[in-house]
Design a protein around this ligand. Structure first.
Ligand SMILES: [Zn+2]
Ligand SMILES: [Zn+2]
Length: 81
């Protein structure tokens, strides 16, 4: 599963800073507002996340960092010898 990242608005690959009518820009704005399933914070920009297709909401979003924390538990990955 590839990690996605929303570039900052106005940056080279980011969407327009101002409200606009571009479909791609609007999709980016919607995604940035989607809340992470683990921590409940919005996805935001320049943060790694995983995206799944949602049923009620347009996207189901998990921060990559939250998925890793959950996977490895609160103390991080176990030391391997
Ligand atoms: Zn735009
Ligand atoms: Zn999160």
């Amino acid at each position: 599963m590839a990690e996605s990242r929303l570039p900052n608005p106005g940056s080279e690959y980011g969407h327009c800073v101002e409200q606009c009518v571009h479909i791609d820009c609007n999709a980016g704005r919607i995604m940035a507002r989607c809340k992470c399933q683990f921590c409940g914070e919005p996805v935001g920009y320049e943060t790694g996340f995983f995206k799944r297709e949602g049923q009620e909401s347009p996207y189901i979003i998990d921060h990559a960092i939250c998925v890793e924390k959950d996977f490895f538990g609160p103390h991080g990955p176990a030391c391997s010898v």
